[in-house]
Design a protein around this ligand. Structure first.
Ligand code: PLP
Length: 437
């Protein structure tokens, strides 16, 4: 598949190259070079196809030219081994549960596919890669789990010391093997700055094959489109005329993947961009001005993003703000509104939800209130298991959610990390000593 930079359509790359490059050389993000049309193929997908079957099919449509003879479908099957159920929450509202993967967050989908695709590529060339990633918690654990045990790939995760939850820290620091956690005595911004500096360092890159795994990577973006196809089919099968997706959003990779699926012909009526009070995109949709700013801390902390990196991709997909605002509606939730939604879901419906998903549910309810058509079904893309945010859930409803198998027993494991000052020279030395080829 041919991809081009959001900044310059003459800057192009194959999917495989983009997988390892992350960003385009001009600093832009990669998008498909031409608008794809999968309407016929979507209609012909067998009714009742499971998520892995749907994912394998769409993966093949996209990437058969680069991973022929069923290779693209195999990548999807290798990566996506966990269920993604769609459950009815209440009339008009469904929850697509993306949190049954190894780290209990939706990022498992993208990270697992990215790992499988990189592995398939490296297996052919015999090369190695070192995945370098900065995390404020969730990305790192999904990436760590996805790449753990992959023979040709090492993973180095930078996280801010003392600023991730105990559970998240255990998820990052207890895997061992090819996963190394670096505990940076600074902020998440310091971690990001260090990673950026490493990627700018040509000399370092000549000896250490570093590559990124962040949410701008097409290897994470594309597989997220698979579950929109899956969720849409399941909701449509229930008789809905119109399907709307409500997407808890921070860096907007998740929502962008849905919009890509829509651009390929998936008949989605609208997307709800559900944010916390870090609302630069809802503000843009309403007022037409995009004003990035420093993020503020909220209970839905995986969405505390003041300058969403995938916004550039959305802008490249839509010809104008009006075109974007005709498909995407913003919805902002405060911490109090998240708590009230969590509490209501538990008390009235008997369901535990995490604070990010709560923003999506609230957006769906608000949209339905203003909706005059009947047969609309809203699919809330649930991004994390409630047990990842036990304190917030407890604060909202006085109960702790049950802990899934993947998160059990972590507290008993011993943490292994290397403590590092937030200085580029320290990271550089570490990478050269450990991973020079
Ligand atoms: C990362 C994350 C989000 C935000 O996803 P984006 O693709 O960055 O918009 C939402 N909820 C949870 C739980 C996350 O981990």
């Amino acid at each position: 598949m041919r991809l081009v930079s959001t900044r310059d359509a003459t800057v192009s790359a194959s999917f495989r190259d983009a997988l390892f490059a992350g960003l385009a050389p001009d600093g832009g993000l990669f998008n498909p070079a031409v608008k794809l049309d999968f309407r016929d193929r979507l209609r012909r997908l067998p009714a009742g196809a499971s998520f892995p079957e749907t994912a394998a099919a769409v993966s093949d449509w996209l990437l058969a030219d680069e991973f022929p003879a069923g290779g693209a479908a195999r990548i999807a099957r290798d990566a996506l081994t966990f269920p993604i159920p769609l459950r009815r929450l209440e009339p008009g509202v469904w929850v697509l549960e993306l949190f049954h993967g190894p780290s209990c967050a939706f990022k498992d989908v993208g990270a697992s596919y990215l790992a499988a695709a990189m592995d398939a590529s490296l297996a052919e060339t015999g090369a190695r890669a070192v995945v370098l990633v900065a995390t404020s918690g969730d990305t790192g654990s999904a990436v760590a789990r996805a790449f753990h045990g992959r023979a040709r790939i090492d993973v180095v995760i930078l996280y801010p010391s003392g600023r991730v939850s105990d559970l998240q820290e255990k998820q990052l620091t207890t895997l061992g093997g090819n996963v190394q956690a670096l505990e940076i005595t600074g902020s998440f911004d310091d971690c990001q700055r260090l990673v950026k500096a490493a990627f700018m360092d040509r000399e370092l890159r000549a000896t250490v094959p570093i590559t990124s795994a962040n949410s701008i990577n097409v290897g994470r973006l594309f597989p997220q489109a698979f579950y929109y196809v899956h969720g849409h089919r399941a909701a449509a099968a229930s008789g809905a005329d119109r399907v709307v997706f409500s997407v808890p959003s921070g860096n907007f990779g998740n929502l962008t993947a849905g919009v890509l699926a829509w651009s390929w012909g998936l008949p989605v009526s609208a997307f709800l961009a559900a944010t916390n009070i870090n609302d630069v995109v809802p503000e843009y949709l309403e007022r037409g001005e995009f004003v990035p700013r420093a993020s503020v801390h909220t209970l839905a902390n995986a969405m505390d993003v003041g300058n969403p990196s995938n916004f550039e991709r959305l802008q490249a997909i839509f010809p104008s703000r009006d075109a974007m605002a005709a498909v995407i509606y913003g919805s902002v939730s405060t911490d109090e509104q998240m708590l009230a939604t969590i509490s209501d879901c538990r008390r009235r419906l008997g369901v535990f939800v995490d604070p990010h998903t709560a923003c999506g549910i609230r957006a769906a309810r608000t949209y339905l209130e203003g909706e005059t058509h009947d047969a609309v079904e809203i699919v809330v893309v649930s991004t994390a298991h409630p047990a990842k945010f036990p304190e917030t859930v407890h604060r909202a409803c006085g109960e702790y959610p049950p802990v899934p198998r993947q998160l059990q027993g972590l507290s008993g494991l011993e943490k292994h990390s290397i403590v590092m000052e937030p200085q580029g020279t320290a990271l550089r030395r570490f990478l050269l000593e450990r991973y020079s080829t």
